[in-house]
Design a protein around this ligand. Structure first.
Ligand code: 1CP
Length: 369
């Protein structure tokens, strides 16, 4: 019998009942293709809007019970094969001492973004993640208990370049020109910042696993504004470092969790990404499933990549699109997802139709074998 206080300890977790997602990460056979959606905990759900109403976004991130509730909401509606902890990638810049606010209608905003290399001196370069990001770890532990073994729990982080871009841009940007200015004008300071972020990210991910995360996704959401050469210099080495270091450290304690790298719009880096120690490469919708398979040479599992906007289509059309996607990727070493996150105006019913289509059509394909 569990005492309420036991829910805060990262041990005696309930037995996992559905391991399709974890098996697919490792390229093993599954009874159906597992599916989850980026931003599955989000504003398209009325219950999410209700829970979040009038509350500060980052205050919500700091409340383990709120994060747990928001993580579980989509799973009560849909038979997703994985949960992703409700949090945000920008908790790392906050832990480094930067102020980040969520401004309604505008998104995340840094009142004082980094402007010149001297500003790096203002950052906390060594972060005690167990102190500064303890609230994320608590949310993961609580959620892992409350999931009752239904599906595995995914932890995540922003990748160094993506976080650097937010820290310099001060928020969302279409060109990332302020951040890219650093790459061309201050390459050394850029590497210094990327290295600093990498060290924190490694500790952060290890902390998430210790807290109960069963898989880890690294979001390089701003890969698309880099060209192949800039990607090679400023993104890929750090992505590799993160996977290598996390895996080496986990191995020492006899652990191993699958890692997913999602470099949005980074199709030029697909071959490299498939050889960067991640078990899974996430894909946006601009990549054709068959060519992604060819280019990654069966070395990794693939995750993605339906255009989120296809969810605006009628249900029958969604089924047809899913069918094509499954036939392109095949049923082995594949995790169905969208090519990016759900948008707030999407109809939850169509999300359900997407999940149902993946399960039904993949079972059909697997039965034909
Ligand atoms: O109040 C709200 O609901 C605001 C919307 C929102 C949500 C639901 C934000 C603001 N963050 C989140 C949660 C979140 N963020 C999750 C939760 C789990 C889930 O997916 O269900 C995750 C994984 C993230 C990760 C995240 N935050 C990324 C990487 C994924 C991606 O979208 O590329 C990025 C880039 C962010 C920054 C961020 N946070 C929020 C917004 C609107 C943005 C994008 C800002 C921009 O670039 O314009």
């Amino acid at each position: 019998i569990m005492d309420k206080d036991d829910l805060i300890l990262p041990k005696d977790f309930p037995k996992l009942k559905n391991d399709a997602f974890l098996l697919a990460c490792r390229g093993q056979e599954t009874p159906h293709v597992p599916v989850w959606c980026m931003r599955q905990a989000g504003r398209y759900l009325p219950e999410f809007r209700e829970s979040r109403a009038g509350k500060d976004f980052f205050a919500t991130c700091r409340s383990p019970s709120a994060c747990c509730e928001l993580t579980l909401q989509p799973l009560r509606r849909f038979p997703f094969d994985a949960a992703i902890i409700f949090s945000d990638i920008l908790v790392i810049p906050q832990a480094m001492g930067m102020d980040v606010q969520m401004v309604a209608g505008k998104g995340p905003t840094f009142p004082e973004p980094l402007k010149e290399p001297e500003d790096l001196l203002l950052l906390q370069s060594k972060v005690d993640v167990n102190k500064e990001l303890d609230y994320v770890f608590k949310a993961i532990t609580l959620t892992r208990h409350k999931l009752e073994g239904k599906v595995p729990l995914i932890g995540f982080t922003g990748a160094p370049w993506t976080l650097m871009a937010y820290m310099i841009e001060g928020g969302g940007s279409t060109t990332q020109s302020k951040a890219k200015r650093w790459l061309y004008r201050h390459p050394e300071a850029s590497h210094q910042l990327l290295k600093m972020l990498t060290d924190i990210i490694v500790e952060y991910l290890l902390g998430q696993v210790a807290a109960g995360a069963q898989a880890l996704q690294v979001f390089e959401s701003h890969a698309g504004c880099l060209g192949p050469a800039e990607f090679q210099e400023f993104s890929l080495p750090y992505l590799r470092d993160i996977a290598r270091k996390v895996k080496d450290q986990l191995k020492e304690s006899g652990q191993d969790v699958p890692m997913i790298v999602f470099a949005k719009d980074g199709h030029y880096g697909l071959e490299d990404l498939s050889q960067s120690h991640y078990e899974v490469v996430g894909l946006d919708w601009t990549i054709d499933p068959r060519s992604a398979r060819e280019r990654t040479g069966g070395k990794v599992s693939l995750q993605g990549n339906m255009d989120p906007c296809a969810l605006y289509a009628p249900k029958e059309r969604i089924y047809e699109i899913v069918k094509k996607m499954l036939e392109g990727f095949g049923t082995r070493g594949y995790i169905a997802n969208l090519g990016h996150g759900l948008y707030p105006d999407m109809d939850p019913e169509n999300v359900g139709a997407f999940v149902e289509a993946v399960h039904a059509h993949s079972r059909h394909l697997l039965n034909l074998k």
